[in-house]
Design a protein around this ligand. Sequence first.
Ligand code: NAP
Length: 304
Amino acid sequence: MSAKVLQGAEVAQSIERKVLSEVECLKGLGVTPTLAILRIGEKYSDLLFERRVAESAARVGINVRHIALSDDVSQREVILTVQNLNEDLSIHGILMCRPLPEHIDEYKVRNMIDPAKDTDGITDVSLARMFVGSQGGYTPCTAQACMEILDHYSYDLKGKNIIVVGRSLAVGRPVAMLLLERSATVTIAHSQTENLIDLVRQAEIVVTSVGSPHMFGPEYFVPGQTVIDVGTNFVTEKKLIGDVDFDAVQETVAAITPVPGGVGTVTSSTLVKHVMESVKKQFGNMEISQNEEGVCNITLNAKK
Ligand code: NAP
C-alpha cells in the first residue's frame, strides 16, 4: 500500500486561515502586521524562499518590506540595516535569508536582531528560550513547521521513539528540542553516527535534515514509519528533491512529507504566524477571536 502523503499545503492553509482572521480583526485598530525580509545577493534559493514567504504573507494580509543588499555589502552596512529595522516601530518581524556571504560574520549579525522581532527564531536568545521551554520567544520556523505537520495530522508524540538525522542549530537541534518538550524519546544522529540504518529502522517517526539528495532509500525504513523530510536539495538550478527517495520508499513507510510540497510549504506560513504573534506581544499579549458572524473580540493586555 502506498504511503499517506502529508501535504504541506493542507497544514499551511489551516495556519493561514487563523492568521487571516486575526489580521482582519487588527484592521479595526489601524495596525497592519509587517515583516521585513533582508536578502544579500541574488541566490536562487533565497529568491525562492523570499517569494514563498511574500506569497504567504499576501494571502493573510501581512505587509512585506523587501530589503535587498548587494553581494559585496560591508558588514557595517548590514548591521546598520538590522539596527534600523529593530528601531522601526512599523516592523514586527525580521527574516534574514541565510547563509550570509562569507565576508560577513553571520553569528554577529544574526544576534543583532531584536529578539522581540526574531520571528524566524535565529538569535541565541530565541534558541535559549526554546531550550529552557519558555513560551516567550520564537522557535526556528522550519523546526516549528515539522511540529505543525505532526500536530495537524494528530500524531500523539508522547513516548514515541523519534530519530532526528541532522544536528544543525537551524533545524536538527531545534526539532529535537521541540519533540523532547512534547515527551517524545528522541535520538539525534549526525555524520559521525554509527549504524545509522539500524537506528532509523528502529524509530517510529524519522525526521531527516541532512541536505543529501535521496540519501535515504528503502533500506532505511520498515513498515509503519512516518517520515518528515526537511531536506531541500537543488539537483539542478531549479529541480528540488528531498533527503529521502520518496518514490522508492512509498510502498514501505506509512506516511511521508513530499519535497517540494511538505515542510518547506509550511515553513513560510509558520513565519507569518510568528509575525502575528509579535504584534500581539507588542500589545501586551493581545487576544483575538472572531465569532461565526465575523465579529471580532479583542482583549488588550491579556494576562498569560
Ligand atoms: P547543515 O547545517 O549542513 O546540517 C546537516 C546535518 O546533517 C549535520 O548535522 C550533519 O552532521 C548531518 N549529516 C551530514 N551528512 C550526514 C550523514 N551521511 N549521515 C548522518 N548525518 C549527516 O544543514 P541544515 O541547515 O540543517 O539543513 C539540512 C537540510 O534541510 C538541507 O537540505 C536544507 O536545505 C534543508 N532546510 C530546509 C528548510 C525548509 O524549510 N524545508 C529550511 C532549512 C533547511 P554533522 O553535524 O556531524 O556535520
